[in-house]
Every structure is written in C-alpha cells, then in structure tokens.
Design a protein around this ligand. Sequence first.
Ligand SMILES: Cc1cc2nc3c(=O)[nH]c(=O)nc-3n(C[C@H](O)[C@H](O)[C@H](O)COP(=O)(O)OP(=O)(O)OC[C@H]3O[C@@H](n4cnc5c(N)ncnc54)[C@H](O)[C@@H]3O)c2cc1C
Length: 373
Amino acid sequence: MSTTSTLHSSTTDSRARQNILIVGCGIAGPVLATLLLSSPQSVASLPQITILERNTAALGSGQNIDIRGIGKHIINILGLTDEIKKATTGEEGVKIVDANNRIWAQYAADKTGKVETGTSDVEILRGRLAEILLAKAKRVSKDVEARGGPGAKFIFNDSIGHLHQDDDKVHVRLTKAGERTFDLVVGADGLHSKTRQLAWGQAQDGCLKHLEMYGAFFSTKKETADGEWRSWYHSPRGMSVMLRPSGTKDKSTILVLLADKSGAISREMEGSERDVALQKRLVLEKLEGISWLETRLKDAVNAADDFYFDCAAQVELNNWSKGRIVLLGDAGYVNFCSFLSLSLKILAATAPLHSQAWARHLHWQALTISLAL
Ligand SMILES: Cc1cc2nc3c(=O)[nH]c(=O)nc-3n(C[C@H](O)[C@H](O)[C@H](O)COP(=O)(O)OP(=O)(O)OC[C@H]3O[C@@H](n4cnc5c(N)ncnc54)[C@H](O)[C@@H]3O)c2cc1C
C-alpha cells in the first residue's frame, strides 16, 4: 500500500507515538479512547487515535442496560459514576406477571447497590450511555489537544473495506476515505464485526455460537399505569416480554426475548440479518395470541423507529488478538445474553507498549472492558 496515514502530529516524540484505529463508535470504542488518552504518561507519547463509525453519527438508540460489578469499577475510573447515576431509568424493581397482568412475585431494587437483584442500582438506556461515553471521549480528546497532544479524530459514515498487516503496520482501506496505515487496529464494531471477518478470515467462520435466543429492544409511548417497575411476563410459548421505565415521562421500553432452540428463527434470518422489516414481521408473528398487552405490543413494534433486534451469541475464537489487531466488546466476546450485564464490555487503562506486544496487552485490557459491559 502506497498511501500512509498523515495523522501523526509533528511532536518530537512522534516516532514513539502509536497510531491506533478503533473501528466502531458504540459503547466499547469511546471507552477505550478515553482510557488511552487519560493515561498518565507525557502528552507527547499519548497515542493518536482514530475512531471509525459506519453510521453518520454515533447511535443514541438502544434500551435498558444494567451496569454491575466490574462495570461500576470502570465507570468510576472514567470519572462518570455521578453523571451515569443521574441518567438512570429509575426502575424500582421487577414484578413477575401472568397473561392477565396479575403479579405473582416482586423484587425491589437495592438502590444502595449492596445487594444485586433483577434491577441493578445502575440501569441506564444504552443510547444515553453511548452519548455520555462519547461526550467524555471528546472532552478528554480536547483536553489532550489543548496540551499539545494528538487527541482523537472521528470518521463517521465510512467503514472498513480491507485490511492486511505486516511486521510493522496494519494497512487499512476505508470504503470512502481510502488507504491508511496504523500501528494497531481495535475491532469494537459489534457482534457481527467486519474487522474480525477481515483479520481472521476463514479462521473466524462459524465462530458465532448462537445461544438459542433472539432479543428485540424498542420503545413505546408511556402510559400512566406503566409506573416505574419492570413488568415481566414469561409466556409458555418460549417467549419472555418486559415492559420497563425509561427514565423519561414520554416513553416506556420493551424487551421481547424469543427462544430459538430449534434454530427456526436463525434459518429464517439467514442472509437478511439487518432487514428490519423481516425482524419486525417475525416478532409480530410470535406476539400473536400472547394475551398480555398483545395489541399494545404489536402497535409498538409497528411504530418503533428505534427497533433493535439481534441473536444472543458468543464469539468463540482461539485468540482475541491477531498480530496488531485486537477485538473489543461484542466483537470478541458475548452480547446481551451474558447476564453479566454491560459489565462485560468497557476497557481498562493501558500503558503504551510497542506493536504486537502492545496488542497482546490490549487484548487483556479488552477482556477486562468486555467483561465489564
Ligand atoms: C443501535 C444499537 C442498539 C442497541 N440496543 C441494545 C439494547 O437495547 N439492549 C442491549 O442489551 N444491547 C443493545 N445493543 C448492544 C449493546 O450496545 C452491546 O451489546 C454492548 O454495549 C457492547 O458494545 P460494543 O461497543 O461492543 O458494540 P455496539 O454497541 O454494537 O457498537 C458497535 C459499533 O460499531 C459500529 N460498526 C459496526 N460495523 C462497523 C463497520 N464495519 N465500520 C465502522 N463501524 C461499524 C456500529 O454502528 C456501532 O456503533 C445495541 C447496539 C446497537 C448498535
């Protein structure tokens, strides 16, 4: 590849500076950028970071996510505990209801965070969390730039088209912006990671272990009776539905979990995984005759402009890093079904080592963050 990156700023230390591409500006990407730029080393040796996102802006959508355990530790390291706690959904606890909305059991949240129940003391909408994490990364980047450092550059509305690595660099072709060269590439581009596909090639074929479940996340207009508790109905037909508070007066959120032990949903989705019309049709079919809130749920599916649907899956690879490329968050680990909460996906601070050794180091840090999301 002939064209190399021009992203290095001209400091005296620029030869030592790592030039890092983070693919994906979701949850894990901005966390990693913040932690790398918050490293206590001299500003001249902080890495130059580029965050690449395929959407035109970071997606401020997504419903309830709980932060527990190591996830709380990491938001504390990020200095975001207070801000995130102020932005929580305020969920009071979980009520288990039947098809007639009768309550059979209820578990209150422990707002002190000492006792973990179904509702964590830190419940936040994924979109709100993404906004807070991105704003933090931008603040830290600005601060680094003000001190003469390189900060982070954002490229939206572009994607990774091709990559290959040699002993010294990773050469990346962006679909629109063309060729760039980096010391390290971090794939934080979600469960269906393009970075993973390009870097691991055939070795990653079949690495997504489906956990026999799909989830649909979307919101609906809040009704007075919704209150601040989560109502959770387990349907006998391999379906589980939750109606939850969002922390706003206007909307409640809905999660529909669909069991897929037979693989029928997987087969139906194959090749059309991002087809929202197909995803909605599938959920509507499953909701037929559910009884509990049936009409409301169906109307909400039809109206939702924030509908998010995916399989629950775990990535099974022998290694989370390959040379100068490392996977972070859902791209390398497991998504919403982990029940280890968002606590399996945020990244800890790193010391800038060199090249492949650094990538190996990053991979352990990536595991830490991923375990935190
Ligand atoms: C829109 C959206 C809504 C979600 N809603 C929920 C929810 O309600 N509940 C829940 O539990 N989980 C939800 N998730 C998943 C949740 O965000 C992740 O499980 C978790 O937070 C891990 O974050 P991540 O950064 O690893 O991956 P993600 O949050 O999935 O972020 C990956 C990012 O990479 C970007 N990307 C993907 N491919 C490319 C590419 N080729 N080039 C550049 N960028 C790329 C994506 O657009 C996205 O911004 C949602 C994810 C998304 C993207």
